[in-house]
Design a protein around this ligand. Structure first.
Ligand code: AMP
Length: 357
């Protein structure tokens, strides 16, 4: 595919904050953006040329989107795989492709894929019944983490199983749905790596971020993380193996457990721009949002070196009300998502505190 010229139209499935920041980056490069989201007035829709208000699997909406846009992408991995297939069948260029989506939608398929490309994960078993759970617990040892196979995010749909006596309650707690049981990762810290692959197969990797989660939700990212060369090299090799294994186009987020001594396990992958990559907006010449737009539009990838150290903090729920105080700080760059209602725990914005390298 030859590079899409400015003036082309890009489609994004999903109208949340990631779609919004993708749209803003696309707009800076001269593209038009159309959002598909069932909610009117979505954060992304409000900064784009247009929004189709329809379900993600609405055939007419998908047809219109495919016909209007020269390339289509998505901002979250739980868009129906059938929608992406339908777009592709209609002749639309969709990136990342259906394989990345399918792998990221199912935790068992994801870990099986990762292991297959040499990106080590914790030991795991698929759980389809209480008997599977009890057998898995016996094999992996307690405590182990039971997660729904599909549609879990930000720590939702997961429960620690601390003993066999807790198995029935845990199975009930995840809704008796297909699940995965994971061995506990004995990590010293959580890292992530954001990487991109262009249409020409070239790969660009950002410096690692160190992440702190609270209640399963990302609170802060510090980047570039202080890591030794061995850890950095391993993370880069993992990112490369995943991108190539998926024949990927676009930006990908990889969450890692750092076991120390250069040993890393992959927790999960996100086939999209990632919350732990928001620091790149104020720490790199080409941030993850522009990078994704470049990749899907067939442009050369941009530089990924850091020119500053950034501490990114998510503003959850009413923390967003700190905007008056934060906006007065000399080192703080505020990114607010324009969401009307600050429900508890909802991602309302983030602040990047920028320091010299
Ligand atoms: P996830 O939704 O899979 O990203 O998990 C959310 C958070 O739970 C992670 O960022 C970790 O802090 C923790 N976690 C997930 N899986 C494991 C595991 N196998 N062992 C230890 N902690 C985990």
């Amino acid at each position: 595919m030859s590079p899409l010229p400015p003036g082309s139209t890009l489609g994004i499935l999903g109208g949340g904050q990631l779609g919004r920041m993708l749209s803003q980056a696309a707009s800076r490069l001269g593209f038009n953006v159309v959002i598909l989201d069932p909610e009117e007035n979505s954060p992304a829709g409000r900064v784009s040329q247009g929004q189709i208000v329809a379900a993600y699997d609405d055939p007419t909406a998908l047809m219109v989107l495919g016909q209007t846009c020269q390339a289509v992408t998505f901002e979250f991995e739980n868009v129906p795989a059938t929608s992406v297939e339908r777009l592709a069948q209609g002749g639309a260029v969709v990136a990342p492709g259906p394989k990345a989506l399918a792998v990221a939608q199912d935790r068992v398929d994801e870990k099986t894929f990762l292991t297959g490309v040499g990106a080590t994960t914790v030991d795991f078993v698929a759980v389809d019944s209480l008997d599977d759970l009890i057998a898995g617990l016996d094999w992996l040892g307690a405590p182990a983490l039971l997660k729904t196979r599909r549609e879990g995010y930000d720590g939702k749909g997961q429960v620690w199983v601390r003993s066999a006596a807790m198995a029935a309650d845990a199975w009930h707690a995840v809704g008796e749905r297909p699940a995965i049981l994971e061995a506990r990762a004995d990590f010293v810290r959580e890292l992530s790596v954001i990487a991109a692959r262009g249409r020409d197969g070239r790969i660009a990797v950002y410096p690692l971020g160190e992440n702190v989660h609270k209640g399963g939700v990302l609170k802060t990212t510090l980047a570039p993380a202080a890591v030794d060369t061995k850890t950095e090299r391993r993370a880069r090799a993992i990112a490369r193996a995943i991108l190539e294994g998926l024949d990927y186009v676009g930006v990908l987020g990889v969450e890692l457990f750092d076991l120390g001594g250069g040993r890393l396990l992959v927790n999960e992958i996100a086939p999209r721009v990632h919350n732990t990559g928001h620091w790149t907006q104020d720490g790199c010449v080409c941030d993850q949002f522009e990078q994704h737009i470049r990749a899907i539009a067939g442009w050369p990838l941009g530089p990924t070196t850091a020119h500053a150290r950034v501490e990114m903090t998510n503003l959850l729920g009413d923390e967003v009300e700190q905007w008056t105080k934060l906006s007065a700080r000399a080192d703080a760059r505020l990114h607010l998502y324009g969401k009307a209602e600050a429900r508890p725990g909802r991602k309302m914005g983030h602040v990047n505190r920028v320091k010299p390298l």
